[in-house]
Design a protein around this ligand. Structure first.
Ligand code: ZN
Length: 627
């Protein structure tokens, strides 16, 4: 009897665990923010009301907010990190000469009280009753006065006071191109709580993870400023500046000193804006229904580039829609501001004084983030490769599509950069938290380049069509959610039928590399009718299926495909113009493989991966000429 009860309990326990695994949930945060910006002091004051819904199974006793601006203060964790990292971001340091040496000095460490950033909270209440809120530099720890039960909502209100720091990283005032206000990471933002728990990461460098919800934001400031950002402007006919409906003339009474801009951004996880007195604001309607806004300084040196970039932006968005899935908002804004290029909800802040190619390149990258991060909202602090890497992939495809001369492999540079990082010995696994890389360079190459190659490896493993279907299915299934590495892998498995867990683990959680070699080519005269043998070796730890191209002295060519046993999969012929023979599969346990080709033809040359799609860190040994 007892035994039966235990067995029953085990079964129930197992089934409920199974049900929990299957049930995806995410928190919801709906903000109402009113803020007054003082453009003389760069200080702002506001009120925030947040309706926060706990969709988890946990009862929450605490909640956390990000107060990003507090990073821009001497002695902050961001300042310390900047002073201790070997290769600090050039934008964040001054080069100073000390005795006979160039020294990089943290710009944050030199900020005066009027120049630094801050964001302070007062009057924190939960459902109208005061709750204890403790500021710990860039994090606000709130002890709720009433635990928040599963499935319940609560209203969290607070007053905030902020100062926009001198532009050092991402957001700030008076950037190097003279844009006055780049307002990213400016408001108290609730941290994400998901299946892994709280993600209350201090603001050290990178990057972001936010709660899905909506923003209703009213910004009051000097009427001479033109704004752009996340969200749809609700009162364009009162504001003007090319936001008004056609035929409407906006005339402000002379006495009016300020304007209140009312934005609503539905179904996003962040809200960003920028403002300048000298913005030109162009509006471009597209055939696919998305309205594009371009806000850039009225600087004669850049006008031509910013006009010419507009049709390119339209073409890129159309290509991204086709490649991944339709951009789901009715609006996207390209705004001059910030310190390089940074993606935000429904917009980007970019520098705008560089070359035309540079401008289009940065737009191609930042806009691709609208898919990878702002709709497929991976936790980019934990998995930066899924946001930067997949974005770089889409960017490279998009730029190649736009190019007058298209190349066969737009990822060639990426393979070389990755191999160099491996050679340097400074590589860290992709599973490293974005803040924990020893050097910025290893973070960048891992996230942007090795992350991009994750997708090109899927193409190598599964074929072009399967990758293309995977991207579309991944977007369709996980948009407006927080997909994890396993989600993209499972999508590829569902589409192709292949087993890919080994690849996800090797590529993202280890420093294992791919290195295959052609070891030997021999003609064997003892064989009746003659035969040639080709010996292949797996040198790197990561196994792969292998494409081999054989060229004969008579000018003929043929290809061979060696499936990888642990994948249980056979891909289509990537070079359909060449006859392909599929051989017995190769196991990981055996590092050697022999191909036997019957007949008297003399082999001239053997090439592993003739299309250059496999991320082999040592390409030199992929080719062997028969001498
Ligand atoms: Zn990026």
């Amino acid at each position: 009897m007892k035994k039966i009860v235990i067995v029953c309990l085990l079964i129930i326990g197992y089934q409920s665990a199974k049900a929990q695994n299957r049930t995806y949930w995410q928190q919801e945060a709906n903000y109402k923010i009113e803020v007054d910006m003082d453009v003389k002091t760069y200080q702002y004051k506001g009120k925030q009301e947040l309706k926060y819904t706990n969709n988890s199974q946990d009862t929450l006793q605490k909640v956390y907010y990000h107060l990003f601006n507090n990073a821009f203060q001497p002695g902050s964790e961001m300042d310390h990190r900047l002073q201790n990292i070997k290769d600090p971001d050039a934008r964040m340091v001054n080069k100073v000469r000390v005795v006979d040496k160039d020294v990089k000095e943290s710009r944050i460490s030199k900020l005066l009280p009027t120049e630094m950033g801050f964001l302070h909270i007062q009057n924190f209440k939960q459902d109208g009753i005061t709750a204890v809120a403790k500021e710990v530099e860039t994090i606000l720890e709130v002890t709720l006065n009433k635990p928040l039960l599963p499935g319940k909502s609560t209203i969290l209100t607070l007053d905030f006071e902020g100062q926009v720091p001198i532009q050092i990283r991402r957001s700030g005032r008076n950037n190097k191109e003279g844009v006055e206000l780049s307002m990213a990471q400016w408001y108290p933002k609730i941290a994400e709580f998901d299946f892994e728990g709280w993600h209350a990461d201090p603001y050290i460098a990178r990057e972001f993870h936010g709660v899905w919800g909506s923003f209703d934001v009213k910004i009051t400031m000097d009427k001479n400023y033109i704004l752009g950002g996340s969200g749809y402007l609700q009162n364009g006919n009162e504001i003007g500046y090319n936001y008004q409906d056609k035929g409407i003339e906006v005339k402000l009474p002379k006495k009016t000193k300020t304007l209140t801009w009312h934005f609503i951004a539905p179904n996003v996880h962040d809200f960003t804006w920028a403002a300048d007195k000298n913005y030109i604001h162009d509006v471009v309607e597209t055939s696919f229904g998305t309205t594009l806004h371009f806000l850039y300084k009225n600087n004669p040196k850049i006008l031509e580039n910013w006009k010419n970039a507009q049709p390119k932006t339209v073409a890129l968005m159309e290509f991204y829609n086709k490649t991944v899935g339709k951009y789901p908002y009715n609006q996207y804004s390209v705004i001059q501001g910030g310190d390089g290029g940074m993606e935000y909800a429904m917009c980007t802040l970019i520098l705008g004084e560089g070359t035309f190619e540079g401008l289009v390149g940065v737009i191609a990258h930042e806009m691709a983030h609208s898919w990878f991060q702002h709709v497929l909202a991976t936790n980019e602090s934990k998995h930066p490769w899924m946001d930067e890497g997949f974005t770089s992939y889409l960017e490279d495809l998009g730029l190649n599509e736009l190019a007058d001369k298209k190349v066969q492999n737009p990822f060639e540079g990426a393979y070389k950069t990755y191999a160099k990082l491996v050679e340097s010995g400074k590589e860290q696994p992709l599973s490293t938290h974005g803040d924990r890389y020893d050097e910025n360079r290893s973070y960048s190459i891992a996230s942007y380049v090795k992350g991009e190659l994750f997708l090109t490896q899927l193409e190598y493993l599964l074929g072009k069509e399967n990758l293309s279907k995977t991207l579309k299915k991944y977007y369709a299934d996980f948009k407006f959610k927080h997909p994890t590495p396993n989600d993209v892998k499972r999508t590829a498995e569902r589409i192709s039928g292949a087993n890919l867990d080994w690849f996800l683990v090797d590529w993202t959680q280890t420093l294992n590399t791919i290195d295959y070699a052609v070891a030997d080519i021999k003609f064997d005269g003892n064989y009746v009718g003659g035969a040639s043998t080709i010996k292949l070796n797996r040198i790197g730890r990561t196994p792969m299926p292998i494409d081999v191209l054989v060229e004969y002295t008579d000018g003929s060519i043929e290809s061979f495909y060696i499936p990888l046993r642990m994948m249980s999969f056979e891909k289509g012929n990537p070079m359909p113009e060449v006859k392909r023979t599929t051989l017995t599969d190769w196991t990981w346990g055996n590092p050697n493989y022999t191909i036997t080709i019957k007949g008297n033809k003399t082999i001239k040359k053997v090439t592993i991966d003739p299309l250059g799609m496999m991320a082999d860190v040592k390409r030199e040994n992929n080719i062997l000429e028969n001498k």
